[in-house]
Design a protein around this ligand. Structure first.
Ligand code: HEC
Ligand code: HEC
Length: 407
């Protein structure tokens, strides 16, 4: 939705942001001098809005959340025993202090036996609102995705073939080796697992969540997915500002300028892809980071072709999902291959019109170049991105994000 600098339209608008909010506040609050740079002409479309609050979470009909299911999911999420050599949990790569991305700052992930993966671990804030999962969007639900890493040979590695009786369906699209996944060994490891720091065992947790049903991958995936739906981030500095508290950015006019550049359809227009409450259109684009291979090798064989590796449609070459920008300041390095170490490098790449090394680069990226954004503009956009950090989300909350196993 566009906002015009017309008071009537502005006041009638259901969702109000940035300049609109700024001007509105000017009429009722005192110290607003830092808020309105006044650079836009009356009647010019200036901004696209970011909603003030997320939509309701839609749970699959066959997996309604319950506190007991979430609690079992938390135990599984942090349990290294889920990996074949008890070295790696989901929480090893998705760490709360990094917005549930990799706190080790790895460009691409490291799984069991220190195997290096090929992609950067995404932040999981507000993952409940996504419509597809992983950088190429090959999974359609959190339930469908959750089995993937457990079997992936570069993540948790449960796909040995030494127990053919344990054949389970191979998580489609994941890097499973032929021959089956060793789920029986996995279930056994969970059954004999000593209790958590409080002495609570899986037997008790499974009794409460699933009435004592036997382990199955379905049950494990549903419990983890229910837990992942609790990763809700709504209290960033930006959210407070967006909901009317101008004081949080009173001393940060640069962030407000950055927000305006970000949302200005005639400016950097970042918002055309990073749109909506979670700053993602849920679509796939080539945003001009260049068709480079894993760990930046310019080796054609290693090039990650993104969505087309899953759809087998060459029109999808180099298309990756627009990631959320919530808590982005905490989740360096950036992009599907961890190509950029800092937010400044990211924004400079956009400013320079992308690398233009593939025929697929989105034209919007090329257009950004024509704006001649100054170094000040770049740093203001970065300053705005930093306001998306939600300190109350990333703080370790006992009982919610803390590791019940204490390791
Ligand atoms: C070895 C590191 C590693 C481990 C362990 C790991 N992940 Fe991930 N995770 C990643 C990487 C890398 C991706 C991106 C994969 C891709 O795009 O193909 C990812 C993607 C995801 C996504 C999709 C995010 C999005 O925005 O689309 C979810 C959800 C997720 N992981 C949850 C989990 C859960 C649950 C577990 C445990 C069962 C887990 N991960 C274990 C590294 C890891
Ligand atoms: C054409 C759509 C599009 C536009 C316009 C766009 N982005 Fe992106 N952005 C993406 C996609 C797609 C990715 C992930 C690409 C990849 O990893 O290969 C991304 C990644 C990012 C990342 C890295 C996030 C992470 O977790 O790794 C940041 C930060 C970012 N964009 C900020 C911006 C800013 C700031 C602007 C405006 C200057 C902008 N984007 C404009 C589509 C876009």
């Amino acid at each position: 939705m566009k906002i015009y600098r017309n008071p009537i339209l502005r006041l009638g608008s259901a969702v109000i942001l940035a300049l609109a909010l700024t001007s509105l506040l000017a009429s009722c609050k005192q110290d607003t001098s830092a808020l309105d740079p006044g650079t836009n002409q009356p009647g010019t479309p200036i901004a696209t809005t970011i909603p003030k609050s997320p939509d309701a979470i839609v749970e699959p009909a066959d997996n309604p959340s319950t506190p007991a299911k979430i609690e079992l999911g938390r135990h599984l999420f942090f349990d290294k025993v889920l990996s074949v050599d008890a070295s790696t949990s989901c929480g090893s790569c998705h760490n709360i202090g990094a917005g549930l991305a990799d706190k080790r700052g790895l460009a691409t992930s490291m799984g069991f036996e220190h195997e290096m993966g090929t992609r950067n671990a995404p932040a999981l804030a507000n993952i409940a609102f996504n419509t597809s999962f992983t950088w190429d969007g090959k999974f359609k639900s959190l339930e469908a995705h959750a089995q993937g890493p457990i079997f992936n040979s570069l993540e948790m590695g449960n796909n040995f073939t030494n127990n053919p009786a344990s054949l389970d369906s191979i998580a489609t699209g994941y890097n499973s080796k032929p021959g089956g996944n060793d789920t029986l060994f996995l279930f056994k490891r969970l059954d004999v697992r000593p209790g958590d720091l409080q002495g609570v065992t899986y037997k008790t947790l499974k009794q409460q969540a699933w009435n004592g049903a036997p382990w199955s991958m379905d049950l494990i995936a549903k419990s983890i997915a229910a837990y992942e739906r609790t990763f809700i981030s709504t209290q960033s500095t930006f959210d407070k500002y967006n909901n009317g508290d101008a004081s949080v950015l009173r001393n940060n006019p640069n962030a407000i300028r950055g927000l305006q550049l970000f949302t200005d359809v005639n400016g950097a227009n970042c918002v055309s892809c990073h749109s909506g409450y979670n700053f993602t259109d849920q679509l796939f684009h080539d945003n001009g980071i260049g068709g480079v291979g894993v760990n930046n090798h310019a080796d054609e064989k290693n090039v990650d072709k993104g969505r087309s590796s899953f759809t087998k449609n060459s029109a999808d070459d180099y298309q990756f999902k627009t990631p959320t920008l919530r808590n982005v300041a905490l989740s360096a390095p950036y992009m599907h291959n961890g190509r950029f170490a800092t937010l400044e490098q990211v924004v400079k790449n956009y400013r320079d019109g992308g690398k233009n090394t593939t025929p697929y680069q989105d034209p919007r990226i090329t257009k950004i170049k024509s704006l001649n954004l100054s170094d000040q503009d770049v740093s203001d956009i970065v300053e705005f991105l930093r306001t998306l950090t939600d300190n109350s989300f990333v703080m370790d909350k006992p009982g919610k994000f803390s590791n019940p196993w204490g390791d």
